[in-house]
Design a protein. Structure first.
Length: 381
C-alpha cells in the first residue's frame, strides 16, 4: 500500500512522521512511500534524501492524501486535513480523541480509519510503538538542556585557580518517563540531583540513576498518591501538605526545578507555588513540562519564558520534542514503522486492520464509519 507523510501545518512544528530510514523499513514490509515536498526539511531530511531512499516526493498536501492509502503525520489533524480523508483510507497520528470530539466526529464521517498514537496502550508488547514515551524522553532531556541554557552557572562543581564553584542543585518533580530522562541528564552533567514522585516504587530507579529520592516523613503510614496501572492518583490533602512543606524547605537552596507531574485525564497538580518561587535565588530556573495542562508551577505561562521580579526564570514551552526535531522525528517515525509492522503481518504490503489485536484496537479511534473510542480495556498485559 502507499504510505504518505504530510508536512505539519502547525506553526513551529518541525517534526516529520517519515524519515529516509523508516521509509526503507516500510518498503521491506511491501509498502510504497510518499512524502509531501519539504515535510522533513526542518528536521534535517530534505527531499533529496527521501528520493535517495526510494520515496516519491509529492508537491502538496492534497496530492499526497489523494495518492496515499495510509496518511501519516505527527500532530493531531486540523479540520482541513480531516476533510481530505476518504473512506477506506487510514490516518496515523497523535489525535487526543478525548479532547478533540468534534474532530473525531468529522473523521468518522469521512469513513476513514484513525489510529491515534497517543492511545497506544502502555503494555510491554506495545512499547516499541509508544510515541508518548519516546517524546517524553526527549522532553525530559531537553528540559535539562534548556535549563542549562538559561542558568548562569555550571552544573558540575569545579575547583579552579580562579575559585571554587559549587555544583548546581536540581530538583525533578515527577519521575515518570520525562522525569527519569531529566534525572539521567542532570546527573550526567554533574549536578546534585534530587527527585520526588508520589509513587514510592520509583525511588529505586531514581537512586540507581545517581539522584536522591526526596522522602516525606509521616507519623502514621502515608496515604500517598500511588494508584492503579502504574499511573498516579490525586494525593490526599495531608500528603499534599507534606509535599509542599518539603518543597518549601528545598526552594531556597534549589537552583533548577524541573516539573513533570501528571495525573492522566486531570489538570496538572499545582506543586511549585508562588511563595516557593519567591524563596528561590535570582538566576534560578524552573522548567515546567506540564505547561500544556495548566502547569505544575503557579506562575508558568504556556509557551513563554517569564522572568519574575526576584529574577527567577520560568519556562513553559510545550514544544520540547520539536526543538530536537531530528531526534524526535527519528523515534516517532520508528514508532509508526512498528505500528505498520503490526498492521502488515504478512509483510506483503497488505494492511490487516485486526480489531481483535489489543494494541491495534486500543489505538483505533474511528473505523469504518464508527467512533471506536474509548476502547475496551486490554486483555493482556
Ligand atoms: P508520566 O505519566 O510517565 O509521569 C508523570 C509522573 O508524575 C508520574 O510518575 C506520576 O507519579 C508523577 N506525579 C503525579 N502527581 C504527582 C505529584 N503530586 N507529585 C509528584 N509527582 C507526581 O508522564 P510523562 O510521559 O513523563 O510526561 C510528563 C509531563 O511532560 C506531562 O505533563 C506531559 O504532558 C509533559 N510533556 C511535555 C512536553 C513539552 O514539550 N513540554 C513534551 C512531552 C511531554
Amino acid at each position: 500500500m502507499k504510505v504518505g507523510a504530510l508536512k505539519e501545518i502547525k506553526p513551529g512544528e518541525a517534526r516529520v512522521a517519515l524519515t529516509p530510514d523508516s521509509a526503507a523499513q516500510l518498503q521491506k514490509l511491501g509498502h510504497e512511500c510518499l512524502v509531501q515536498s519539504g515535510a522533513g526539511e526542518a528536521a534535517g531530511f530534505n527531499d533529496a534524501t527521501y528520493e535517495a531512499a526510494g520515496v516519491t516526493v509529492v508537491a502538496d498536501a492534497a496530492a499526497l492524501v489523494d495518492g496515499a492509502d495510509i496518511v501519516i503525520k505527527v500532530r493531531e489533524p486540523e479540520e482541513a486535513e480531516v476533510k481530505r480523508l476518504r473512506a477506506g483510507q487510514t490516518l496515523i497520528s497523535f489525535f487526543w480523541p478525548a479532547q478533540n470530539e468534534a474532530m473525531l466526529d468529522a473523521a468518522k464521517d469521512t469513513g476513514a480509519t484513525v489510529i491515534a498514537m497517543d492511545m497506544v496502550p502502555r503494555i510491554s508488547r506495545a512499547q516499541k510503538m509508544d510515541a508518548l514515551s519516546s517524546m517524553a524522553n526527549i522532553a525530559g532531556y531537553r528540559a535539562v538542556i534548556e535549563a542549562g541554557n538559561n542558568f548562569g552557572r555550571f552544573f558540575t562543581g569545579q575547583v579552579t585557580a580562579a575559585g571554587k564553584i559549587p555544583p548546581a542543585r536540581v530538583l525533578i518533580v515527577g519521575a515518570g518517563v520525562a522525569g527519569l530522562a531529566a534525572i539521567g541528564t542532570s546527573t550526567s552533567l554533574g549536578a546534585i540531583t534530587m527527585a520526588f514522585d508520589v509513587r514510592p516504587e520509583v525511588s529505586e530507579q531514581i537512586e540507581s540513576m545517581g539522584a536522591e529520592f526526596v522522602f516525606l516523613e509521616f507519623d502514621e503510614p502515608a496515604q500517598d498518591g500511588a494508584a492503579t496501572g502504574g499511573y498516579a492518583a490525586p494525593s490526599s490533602p495531608e500528603f499534599r501538605e507534606k509535599q509542599l512543606e518539603k518543597f518549601r524547605e528545598l526552594a531556597p537552596t534549589t537552583d533548577i526545578v524541573i516539573t513533570t507531574a501528571l495525573i492522566p485525564g486531570r489538570p496538572a497538580p499545582k506543586l511549585w507555588t508562588e511563595d516557593m518561587v519567591k524563596m528561590m535565588k535570582p538566576g534560578s530556573v524552573i522548567i515546567d513540562l506540564a505547561a500544556e495542562k495548566g502547569g505544575n508551577c503557579d506562575l508558568t505561562v504556556m509557551d513563554e519564558r517569564v522572568v519574575t521580579e526576584n529574577g527567577v526564570i520560568i519556562i513553559g514551552y510545550t514544544d520540547f520534542p520539536s526543538r530536537m526535531a531530528t531526534q524526535s522525528s527519528t523515534l516517532y517515525a520508528t514508532n509508526i514503522r512498528h505500528m505498520m509492522t503490526d498492521l502488515t503481518p504478512e509483510k506483503d504490503g497488505v494492511v490487516n486492520h485486526n480489531m481483535e489485536d489489543d494494541v491495534i484496537r486500543g489505538a483505533t479511534v474511528a473505523h469504518a464509519g464508527e467512533i471506536t473510542f474509548p476502547p475496551p480495556p486490554p486483555k493482556v498485559a
